[in-house]
Design a protein around this ligand. Structure first.
Ligand code: SF4
Length: 356
């Protein structure tokens, strides 16, 4: 790897290290800075607390108009059949069409207590609602604003499909604009008030990962998506990306326990491309060991034995052992099975093998 690229990676890793390793201190500093600018901050431990919070926020017992710009709306809200919510789609958003807009924030900046929204679908309407609630995962903060610039630059450089064309930094309550077509000096037609901004610091299992000295490095991730692009298993299954495999097993125990062994070949491509230098191989193996310790299933232990012998397996390329391995691992998934049958490369990264 070119020296210049490695220097950038080292710096990016340090930026994430500085925040994650002293997360508690930085979260308190973020809260104090945000409060100083009249942004209210609440700490939310998990999805059920999030659902409770949103329900209690509603002023009316029925038909509260809400709009969500979330990757996934929590089931407890989406499937609510009490009539508490009346959902408004972002594309149908007009003045007064929703009372609350909930947006998943991209980053928090500790030094000034501000929030960054990047390329949001709700980017054009977020000042047309009087109550804005921003959900921020507690690992998605950076200490300084200049750190955010590095993170965004890395996301853009490593993933050309990501262009930060719309970045909004929210540092304080801002003006509510009822109808921006009429933003003139004509007071009769312009209705401006402050939009109240509430920030929800969302744990959702992150502090649990923090307690694990190995897995906590997965929180350095900046969601650039590069590891998913190179993962041969993900390309064929469209299931879970390498970093998701590490994090989701910890978040949702048992949900993926059966899958992690079939969702990676430990080829090491993801680790090679990660701009933050996250040791994904070590994390995946650590996660597998945790799954084994939890489930103690004979089949998984066998699989671990196979992984442990990977350097030997590589020397046997094209031999019966390789065919055996493919059948055992991917016999039920024809796409992946056929893919590996046609590959002449090693199953596992040479770098990794040479370290053993
Ligand atoms: S783990 Fe994957 S998504 Fe996260 S920073 Fe590294 S390459 Fe990007």
């Amino acid at each position: 790897m070119p020296v210049e690229k490695q220097i950038v990676r080292n710096r990016a890793n340090l930026v994430r290290h500085n925040y994650i390793e002293e997360m508690e201190k930085h979260l308190l500093a973020f809260e104090a800075a945000a409060n100083a600018h009249d942004l209210s901050v609440h700490w939310i431990i998990d999805e059920s607390a999030l659902v409770d919070f949103v329900q209690n926020l509603m002023p009316k017992s029925r038909f509260n108009k809400v709009c969500f710009d979330f990757g996934k709306i929590p089931d407890g809200i989406k499937n609510d059949n009490s009539g508490l919510f009346q959902f408004v789609k972002i594309e149908d958003f007009n003045d007064n069409s929703a009372e609350y807009l909930f947006v998943e924030a991209d980053y928090g900046i500790v030094e000034n207590g501000s929030i960054a929204l990047v390329n949001k679908r709700s980017g054009d309407v977020f000042n047309k609602v009087q109550k804005l609630v921003l959900l921020l995962n507690i690992n998605n903060l950076v200490v300084k604003q200049s750190d955010l610039e590095l993170v965004l630059a890395l996301k853009q450089r490593e993933n050309e499909s990501f262009l930060p064309h719309d970045i909004k930094i929210i540092t304080s309550p801002f003006h509510y604009v009822k109808n921006e077509t009429f933003i003139t000096s004509d007071d009769e037609k312009v209705n401006k008030n402050d939009v109240s901004v509430t920030i929800l610091l969302y744990d959702n299992g992150i502090t649990e990962i923090m307690e694990n000295n190995v897995l906590r490095e997965s929180l350095y991730c900046i969601q650039c998506g590069r590891c998913s692009e190179v993962c041969p298993v993900y390309k064929h299954t469209n299931g879970f990306t390498p970093i998701e495999l590490v994090k989701h097993n910890s978040f949702y125990r048992n949900h993926l326990d059966q899958n992690i062994f079939k969702s990676t070949t430990l080829c090491g491509y993801c680790e090679e491309v990660c701009p933050i230098d996250i040791p994904l191989m070590d994390l995946l193996v650590a996660e597998m060991e945790m799954v084994n310790a939890r489930t103690n299933k004979e089949r998984n232990i066998d699989t671990m034995k196979i992984f442990a012998k990977r350097s030997k397996l590589n020397k046997m390329n094209g031999s019966f052992r390789r065919i055996f391995f493919l059948r055992k691992m991917y016999g039920k998934n024809k796409k992946i099975h056929n893919y590996y049958k046609t590959q002449n490369e090693n199953f596992y990264s040479i770098t990794k093998t040479s370290k053993e």
